[in-house]
Design a protein around this ligand. Structure first.
Ligand SMILES: C[S@@+](CC[C@H](N)C(=O)[O-])C[C@H]1O[C@@H](n2cnc3c(N)ncnc32)[C@H](O)[C@@H]1O
Length: 293
């Protein structure tokens, strides 16, 4: 393990450290740092690191988890936006072999980094609440394919991502995740494990790719899912008829594909399984491909 200058384990020790260094937390960057060493270890353990891994960490902050990962894998690329933490990370990690820092907004920087360097085998991070869902959604829709992703996010978002049909949280985001990932809540983290203490409870999600729907167009499937849940009170018939796909490919084509896949047009979106949507998309793939060319 790489030597680390400071292992904070309580809100008080983190606050004192920040003050001594002239660093401060910025609300706009969703900075709620994990102060529980036990939770940090649990997250790193979930990664099941191997020497060949190329790891991405999103929002390392002071690098408390970065230093646990360095040395256990081939290299780690971290994405950080805060200037103060960037200087701290540079000071303590830049001389370590295998460490790479991408400065700035991860929402803008991850795709160029993905194509410029070898794609990561693992992605993890205690994500800022304000961009967690959109960042994960972007990774999925762009077809990023690490062997695992582990994120700390708001519990409510984690529940949406891992929800099953027929449950309150099941929606377009659950489907978009389930087309290519098995998502499981690996732990719940109380607000008191962070500093500053957030207003919400968090969860660790573990995402492992599956290939049950290989050949499925991510763009088509996610548009279908969003159309289906555009208005939760509407029937499948009404949701799909007024959706983006119906406007582009024709209402009848969408409704026929749904029926052929076994989707009842009188059902609500929350009763429709991911398997059914994947099947319906299978009937629409050629039409969709020729429509977007
Ligand atoms: C919830 S804190 C996690 C800090 C640390 N990893 C931990 O677990 O204690 C989120 C981190 O993401 C960084 N961050 C916020 N928005 C970002 C963005 N758009 N791009 C890159 N980093 C960002 C913050 O500066 C902060 O370091």
């Amino acid at each position: 393990m790489v030597e680390y200058p400071f292992d904070y384990d309580s809100p008080a020790s983190l606050a004192a450290f920040l003050e001594a260094r002239g660093l401060s937390m910025q609300k706009r960057f969703g900075q709620n740092f994990l102060v529980s060493p036990g939770v940090r270890s649990k997250i790193v353990k979930l990664l099941e690191l191997s020497k060949d891994d190329h790891v991405w960490e999103i929002g390392p902050g002071l690098g408390a988890m970065t230093h646990m990962v360095l040395g256990l894998c081939r290299n780690i690329t971290v994405f950080e936006i805060d200037r103060g933490f960037i200087s701290f990370l540079r000071e303590h990690f830049s001389m370590v072999e295998g460490f790479e820092l991408v400065e700035g907004d991860v929402m803008k920087n991850w795709q160029p980094a993905y194509t410029r360097f070898a794609p990561p085998s693992l992605i993890f991070g205690n994500l800022p609440y304000n961009c967690a869902a959109s960042f994960i959604g972007d990774l999925i829709e762009a077809g990023a394919n690490p062997r695992k992703m582990v994120f700390t996010i708001q519990k409510e978002v984690a529940e949406r991502m891992s929800a099953s049909p027929g449950t309150k949280r099941y929606g377009a985001f659950s489907m978009i995740c389930a087309f290519s990932w098995d998502v499981r809540i690996a732990g719940i983290i109380k607000p008191g494990s962070f500093f500053p203490v957030p207003e919400v409870t968090s969860a660790i999600i573990e995402m492992v790719p599956h290939h049950r729907f290989s050949g499925l167009s991510a763009g088509l499937a996610s548009t279908f899912a969003k159309d289906l849940f555009a208005n939760r009170r509407k029937t499948v018939r009404n949701s799909l008829s007024g959706g983006i796909l119906a406007a582009r490919l024709g209402k009848n084509a969408i409704l026929n594909a749904a029926e052929e896949a076994g989707i009842g047009l009188g059902q609500r979106g929350e009763e429709v399984s991911v398997e059914m949507v994947a099947k319906a998309c299978g009937h629409l793939t050629d039409k969709f491909a020729s429509n977007i060319l």
